[in-house]
Design a protein around this ligand. Structure first.
Ligand SMILES: Nc1ncnc2c1ncn2[C@@H]1O[C@H](COP(=O)(O)OP(=O)(O)OP(=O)(O)O)[C@@H](O)[C@H]1O
Ligand SMILES: [Mg+2]
Length: 338
């Protein structure tokens, strides 16, 4: 649905210094009907990427293909037509305060010259889709933050786009409202078959709603793939962020090891680790960890305290043999001093 081919954007330095390479030869394929997450630190190029997708920004070089059209090559009316295929949702919905929810949703349709009866039909449909029934005549000041974002999403969907681009859609919302908005985004993908791109700095958003995730660093793609593959790759930069390990516990009389078993074909759960330790006559206790189930598969980073059956830390040889076996099965281990 979206294909980026060598997408590069260089900004001249406003003060006349070295130019800024915001996007540096991005190749990316985002399939239709899925929710794609794009993450990266501040300044990585996320907003520039979104602006290139909407045609607001012209790339310095490269192709930006959305639904078969090279957006970067279009001008004027052709660009405006292509843009209608792309809905936008922002962190702050920026609603017009003097218009009701329904009138805000209707606004882009008015601009596009959609006849009144058609507009009313479409707005009623959108109000229902985003779960705003009963609130459509409220003004923004009479809506909660979550409801305001629902209006923003409905407005983004007004022209029946095939792609919905969301730039930090939940960053201004609290935890439970974030969850509701993400549930809505998932529902839209199911109901409308729409392709969604979510830019976010929140890993919880990626875990909850994204099918794929792409990491941007200094204008380059450093990791991309299906969420499970990326989370389960213990060597990738993203897995430690998606599945973080809490700080090591202190004051434990045991040898402590970090085990990252995302990629292992044989160690599928933390219980498997505990059972495997038993074959080395060791009692393993999970003292810290993050375990997530992604696409039905358990991915975890856990910290094991290992003791022998009399309660003392296990022997050096026993530990080394145990860790060698785990490494051989794709578990990434790291000894930590307790
Ligand atoms: N119009 C511009 N002129 C010059 N430099 C720009 C312009 N727009 C962005 N940049 C530079 O390009 C780089 C990428 O900026 P961008 O806004 O895409 O980052 P971002 O990933 O969205 O960051 P954030 O998470 O803080 O929003 C930055 O170094 C920024 O200073
Ligand atoms: Mg940005």
């Amino acid at each position: 649905m979206i294909t980026l081919d060598g997408l590069t954007k260089v900004f001249p330095a406003p003060g006349g210094g070295d130019p800024v390479v915001a996007l540096d030869g991005i190749d990316l394929q985002l399939d239709a009907g899925r929710v794609h997450g794009i993450v990266g630190r501040s300044g990585a190029g996320k907003s520039t990427l979104i602006r290139c997708l909407t045609g607001l920004e012209k790339p310095t070089s490269g192709r930006v293909e959305v639904d078969g059209t090279d957006v970067a090559a279009l001008e004027g009316g052709a660009l405006r037509a292509a843009r209608r295929n792309i809905g936008m949702v922002f962190q702050h919905a920026n609603l017009l305060d003097s218009r009701t929810a329904a009138q805000n949703i209707s606004h882009p349709l008015e601009i596009a010259g959609v006849p009144r009866a058609e507009r009313q039909r479409r707005v009623a449909e959108l109000v229902e889709i985003v779960g705003l029934s009963g609130r459509e005549h409220n003004y923004p000041a009479q809506l909660s933050g979550g409801q305001i974002q629902r209006v923003g999403i409905a407005r983004g969907l007004a022209a029946e786009p095939k792609v919905l681009l969301c730039d930090e859609p939940t960053s201004a919302l609290d935890g439970s409202t974030t969850h509701q908005i993400l549930t809505l985004i998932s529902d839209l993908r199911e109901r409308l078959g729409i392709t969604v791109v979510v830019i976010t700095h929140e890993m919880a958003v990626v875990r909850e709603v994204c099918d794929t995730v792409t990491l941007l660093q200094d204008g380059r793609v450093t990791q991309t793939g299906d969420l499970l593959d990326v989370a389960a790759d213990p060597h990738g930069a993203l897995s430690a962020e998606l599945i973080p390990l809490p700080p090591a516990p202190t004051g434990i009389e045991a040898l402590v090891v970090n085990c990252d078993y995302g990629d292992s074909p044989t160690i599928r759960t933390s219980d498997d680790l505990v059972r495997r330790a038993e074959t080395y006559e060791a009692a393993a206790t999970i003292v810290a960890g993050t375990i997530e189930t992604i696409s039905g598969r358990q991915v975890g980073r856990v910290q094991l305290a290992l003791r022998n059956y009399s309660g003392a830390p296990i022997s050096r040889e026993g530990l080394d043999a145990f860790l060698r076996e785990l490494e051989g099965e794709g578990v990434v281990t790291k000894e930590v001093t307790a």
